[in-house]
Ligand binder design. Structure first.
Ligand SMILES: Cc1cc2nc3c(=O)[nH]c(=O)nc-3n(C[C@H](O)[C@H](O)[C@H](O)COP(=O)(O)O)c2cc1C
Length: 172
């Protein structure tokens, strides 16, 4: 699979086989995340690998849904350390780019993954509850979660906007 095929065929997968992901593969996923661009090359990310059912339960309770998390062999919590970043404005972007790299790496490695929002500025309770469960220090902030496993479903087809709807030439 080449890079463009990987990008264009990636889809969220929410059903996983009961099969552990080998640690070498997990390492490849994290290294893909670490290769993302970051403002000032600050690389402020921290990735927390979660397999514990108790923690998954807390996440589901905090989110008020996303039951499929329970059967994911691996959840990666994508966070940033504000002390590792020269400014506070780019951290969500930094971590989101790393998360997309992980989603793409998962796809090329024939895993299925789903991005799960965990940061909502209008509902900080979700982030707070999960952060407590993950024992995050004050300077480390949760942005998103990624559930990953060997796929046990075919991706649903998704409605795509037309090219003409999203493209403008030179100005709006
Ligand atoms: C910021 C963000 C938050 C998301 N949160 C959730 C979520 O809480 N639960 C979930 O099942 N999927 C979540 N998703 C996945 C989207 O539903 C999915 O990416 C979208 O439907 C497009 O489908 P695709 O990933 O197959 O292209 C989230 C995606 C993004 C970008």
């Amino acid at each position: 699979m080449d890079a463009l095929e990987c990008i264009n065929s990636r889809r969220s997968i929410r059903k996983y086989k009961n099969k552990t992901i080998p640690s070498g593969i997990v390492r490849k996923l994290i290294i893909a995340g670490m290769n993302a661009p970051s403002a000032y090359n600050s690389q402020p990310w921290i990735f927390i690998l979660i397999k514990n059912q108790k923690t998954k339960n807390i996440i589901i309770e905090a989110k008020g849904g996303s039951q499929f998390i329970m059967k994911a062999p691996l959840i990666i919590a994508c966070c940033y350390d504000e002390n590792k970043s020269p400014d506070k404005y780019h951290n969500i972007e930094n971590v989101s780019l790393a998360a997309e790299n992980i989603l793409l790496a998962a796809h090329v490695l024939r895993l299925g993954a789903c991005y799960i929002g965990a940061f909502d500025p209008e509902n900080l309770k979700v982030e707070k509850k999960i952060s407590e469960a993950l024992n995050l220090p004050k300077n480390v902030h949760l942005v998103s979660l990624i559930s990953i496993g060997y796929p046990d479903e075919l991706p649903k087809s998704k409605k795509m906007k037309k090219y003409s709807e999203v493209i403008r030439i030179e100005h709006y």
